[in-house]
Design a protein around this ligand. Structure first.
Ligand code: SAH
Length: 476
């Protein structure tokens, strides 16, 4: 279909009604059918829009004046909401955010995955959707006479100081600003992106919601950190809940936050926290879900979907520090976890010991290489759980899952687009997507997490649509 000629021009002011939201939370207005994306517009609202950019099939605008307000619009409680850009939906009532996310998952599964009839449940939201994050990573910059620690102003490299972030644990807000003040007192220069000079690049804090312990990570360009001893002492004195201070050295010109070298400056090498009954030791560079309350909801759902009875062999692909693996191990015969980051696998092994769980094995490597090898060596799983990063599963892994024919696959995803793509491949390879449960891990942002269960079609009874007994199916 030929792209429509733009009926509008840059800088023109037009009046239009918003008909939808994009996946990242911008309003969609149609001008003679031509879509224009406008931050902060909500469906049903009418506004004067200034066109700021016109591309081939779509344009961008900004609201000049709002003429009709949606009943679902609320005043964003965060004073830096517009400057920051970390949240995209604070101006929409929380209940409406959940409905938007459910609709979005359904729409993407239909469009990209061609899964018209799949059941997408209402999103499981939070009763108190603020202050949920357990990890804060803020860039450090300089302003006249001192340091700033906060966020990059939208579409710029200017760092704005952030006293408080309403989706962040209070302890993280307080400790980041405390560490900034201490570094400033000792004249530590902030890293400068342009000149690749200066020392302090980022302050990272991680808070154990259950343990209430905090880990502080100072990310520096150089190994040398002047007044190191005094800085450590002051942090520990000011914040007794800090149980671990780590230095991570990142010498590269890059916007990747962590470097390769990590040193313990004080206290523990790990942060300890629990989810449900399981205790975790988490090292500075390992992935750990950022919303602990909803993580429990997500893992319980994954466990429910896995329907374990105690006799199953389970594979947990992209296992991180073994969180899902250890949940599953309590109900399975054995669990094999695989993960690409070596430190995370060390954490996973330690976490198994910490909890006295013996029926798990962990391997370092790419899921798409390790699991095909396991398969070649005769390991077959009854249930496979995958929890990949945003780019989804590698096709090699999906092909192995199809060949291995587990009874069930549980797919945990933070990106509905790649989830839909991968579900289509699994469907074509003999699985049926049975249920999709979105979980709101990231309130006020446009992100949504999903937990999905697929059944191997051979195990589905055609008459009832239900799963057959595994032995009966094996005889067919
Ligand atoms: N299931 C874990 C981690 C999920 S995040 C939890 O809930 O905590 C995704 C994980 O996949 C990260 O730990 C990342 O390091 C890992 N990863 C990324 N690419 C990978 C690959 N190709 N093979 C295996 N693991 C990978």
């Amino acid at each position: 279909m030929a792209k429509q000629q733009a009926p509008i021009q840059k800088n023109e002011i037009v009046e239009a009604t918003f008909v939808d939201l994009t996946h990242d939370g911008a309003g969609v207005a149609k001008i003679e059918g031509f879509p224009v994306f406008v931050p902060n517009g909500l469906p049903g609202e009418r506004a004067q829009i200034k066109v700021v950019k016109v591309n081939k099939g779509y344009g961008y605008g900004r609201i000049v004046e709002l003429n009709e307000r949606s009943p679902e619009r609320v005043e964003p409680p965060c004073p830096i909401y517009k400057q920051c850009g970390g949240c995209q939906l604070q101006h929409l009532k929380y209940e409406a955010q959940l409905i938007f996310k459910q609709k979005q998952v359904q729409e993407v599964l239909n469009r990209i995955g061609r899964l018209e009839n799949v059941k997408v449940h209402p999103v499981l939201g939070m009763s108190e959707p603020w202050r949920y994050r357990n990890k804060s990573q803020v860039p450090v910059g300089e302003r006249e006479g001192g340091l700033v620690a906060g966020f990059y102003q939208q579409r710029s490299h200017t760092i704005i100081n952030m006293e408080e972030c309403l989706i962040q644990a209070e302890a993280n807000d307080r400790i980041v600003q405390g560490v900034r003040t201490i570094a400033e007192k000792y004249g530590i220069p902030a890293y400068n992106e342009q000149t690749h000079q200066g020392i302090l690049r980022h302050i990272v804090t991680r808070y154990g919601r259950q343990s209430q312990d905090v880990m502080v990570v100072l990310i520096t360009r150089t190994e040398e950190l002047p007044h190191k001893g005094k800085i450590i002492k002051e942090i520990l004195e000011a914040f007794p809940q800090v149980k671990s201070i780590i230095q991570n050295i990142n010498t590269k010109r890059t916007n990747v936050i962590f470097g390769e070298q990590t040193k313990v400056l004080a206290g523990e090498e790990y942060l300890y926290d629990s989810i449900g009954d399981i205790k975790f030791a988490i090292s500075a560079r390992s992935f750990y879900q950022v919303n602990p309350e909803q993580t429990k909801v997500l893992y319980d759902k994954a466990l429910q979907y896995a329907e374990l009875t105690g006799v199953e062999t389970v594979i947990d692909a992209y296992c991180g520090i073994g969180t899902i693996s250890l949940f599953l191990a309590q109900k399975a015969k054995s669990v094999y976890g695989v993960e690409i980051v070596p430190e995370a696998i060390e954490d996973a092994k330690r976490n198994a010991k910490l909890n006295g769980i013996e029926n798990v094995e962990f391997a370092v490597g790419k899921a798409e290489e390790v699991i095909p090898n396991w398969y070649k060596n005769g390991i077959k799983a009854d249930v496979i759980v995958v929890d990949p990063p945003r780019k989804g599963c590698d096709v090699e892994l999906l092909d192995t899952i199809i060949a291995m024919k587990p009874k069930r696959v549980v797919y945990v995803s933070c990106n509905p687009g790649t989830l839909a793509r991968d579900l289509r491949i699994l469907e074509d390879g003999g699985f049926q997507t049975v249920e999709v449960q979105p979980v709101d891990m990231f309130p006020h942002t446009s992100h949504v997490e999903c937990c999905v269960v697929l059944y191997q079609k051979d195990y589905i009874d055609e008459k009832t649509g239900k799963e057959m007994n595994i032995e009966v199916a094996a005889e067919l």
